[in-house]
Design a protein around this ligand. Structure first.
Ligand code: S3P
Length: 438
């Protein structure tokens, strides 16, 4: 398997001087996945510019190639995706390896449930430990034949799809991946599938599918999708990833003398919880040049060093719009004067790593007073972060990047092990960091 052959890297970092200048974050991971999914399902050729090329999105591209979709990289880096039509995908000749990518796995489970052939999904050690029952249950209800390890809980999972019927489904967890899996299965189902979310999660699937010609209606937390509608190709450009930008936003806020312009960032309101929260904490972040790009709001963010941050209290409703920013938010909270509470976030225990335990352990090594709860953390600040020569990424890209930003604002030297994980969403992370330091 991939994880036994991958080289484990470490990076040594010490306190940086100001982060200054401008940078553009990598393309949005969630939107890139979906652009490949929907273009592959459409009948005809779509051109997608600025697609993220990283571990996770390569898993999605490989999967659709195995399903018979022609995906070609153009000289300018954009992808030409020639879909055979959503009823014409072909049986994959081998097991599909989704690598580290939960989005690839869960969204594919929805698509494959609609396909009248046999397929098997697996992934790396982290992905094989992540819950799949949350997609298997509604897909079973729609009529897909799915079997998975440990009584239908974990990968590998086998799917024999086809003959789906529409359902009405009230989601027990707020998850854009689960919502998207059911919406995608709904495209193949007979009738109208209705999904209700407990809290609004990222809405790229709903927004983008409309541009591909799907019949999707959104009424607050309720999404209705009509089955049997052929998707048409669509040309689009992917905006920058706010979840990747978040590391540099935090770096600029914490490293004295910083002033950083982060350009062309996606600012979809279902993704900007981190910006709202850090502003409440007192951060100096301005949005410049706000506009629309392929149906998504984008803009540039001017971020300046802030010597005073206030603590914040977050609960269940606040989590979905900043779910991936938890690790870096913990680092910022250590700088705030008082106790920050982040609760209602038990989902973080089943991400690429257990992010609650990972951040509590690793920030503890850097001198942060952090208390772990089942569903979150309490962090008491302000503390002067202390370098540690034994920080671990747990194989998780966002833990590696959050600890790296902590390291550049800490006294002394830090060694972060397992930094190869950044290749999952941000292969150029360390080059960008080096280029911004003066
Ligand atoms: C994603 C949804 C979120 C997020 C993940 C990407 C997506 O996961 O954490 O990084 O692209 O739909 P959940 O839907 O499981 O919360």
């Amino acid at each position: 398997m991939r994880e036994t052959t991958q080289k484990i890297n470490s990076v040594t970092l010490k306190k940086h001087r100001a982060l200054r200048g401008e940078m553009t974050p990598p393309p949005d991971k969630s939107i890139s996945h979906r652009a490949v999914f929907f273009s592959s399902l459409a009948y005809g050729k779509s051109m997608v510019s600025n697609v993220l090329r990283a571990g996770d999105t390569n898993s999605t591209i490989n999967a659709f190639r195995m399903l018979g979709v022609e995906i070609e990289e153009m000289p300018d880096g954009s992808l030409s995706i020639d879909g055979p039509g959503f009823m014409q995908l072909r049986e994959p000749p081998d097991v599909i390896d989704c690598g580290n990518s939960g989005t690839t796995t869960r969204l594919l489970a929805g698509v494959l449930s609609g396909c009248r052939f046999f397929s098997v999904l697996t992934g790396d050690q982290s992905l094989r430990g992540r819950p799949m029952g949350r997609v298997i249950r509604p897909l079973h209800e729609m009529g897909a034949m799915i079997a998975a390890r440990d009584i239908n809980r974990y990968l590998p999972m086998s799917i024999t799809g086809g003959g789906l019927k529409a359902i009405t489904y009230k989601m027990p967890v707020a998850s854009a991946q689960v919502k998207s899996a059911i919406v995608l299965a709904g495209l193949f189902a007979d009738g109208e599938t209705v999904i209700e979310e407990p809290v609004k999660s990222r809405d790229h699937t709903e927004t983008m599918l409309k541009a591909y010609g799907a019949d999707v209606c959104v009424d607050d937390l309720k999404i209705t999708v009509k089955g049997g509608v052929e998707l048409s190709p669509c040309d689009m450009t992917v905006p920058g990833d706010i979840s990747s930008a978040a590391f540099f936003i935090a770096g600029a806020l914490m490293v004295e003398g910083s002033e950083l312009l982060i350009k062309d960032v996606g600012l979809n309101p279902t993704r900007t919880g981190f910006i709202d929260v850090i502003r409440k904490m007192g951060a100096d972040v301005q949005v410049l040049d706000g506009r629309e790009l392929s149906g998504e709001p984008v803009g540039s963010l001017l971020c300046k060093y802030t010597d005073k941050l206030s603590p914040i209290t977050l609960s269940k409703e606040d989590i979905p719009s900043l779910i991936d920013e938890f690790p870096i938010l913990c680092v910022l909270a250590a700088r705030a004067g008082g106790v920050t509470q982040i609760r209602g976030a038990s989902e973080l225990r089943v991400k690429e790593s257990d992010r609650i335990s990972a951040m509590a352990t690793e920030l503890g090594k850097m001198g942060v007073k952090i208390k772990e709860y089942d569903d979150g953390v309490a962090i008491e600040g302000p503390v002067e972060l202390r370098g540690s020569n034994n920080l671990q990424s747990y194989g998780d890209h966002r833990i590696a990047m959050a600890l790296s930003i902590a390291a550049i604002s800490a006294e002394g030297e830090s060694v972060i092990n397992g930094t190869e994980a950044v290749g999952i969403s941000y292969p150029d992370f360390y080059d960008t960091l080096k280029g911004l330091t003066h």
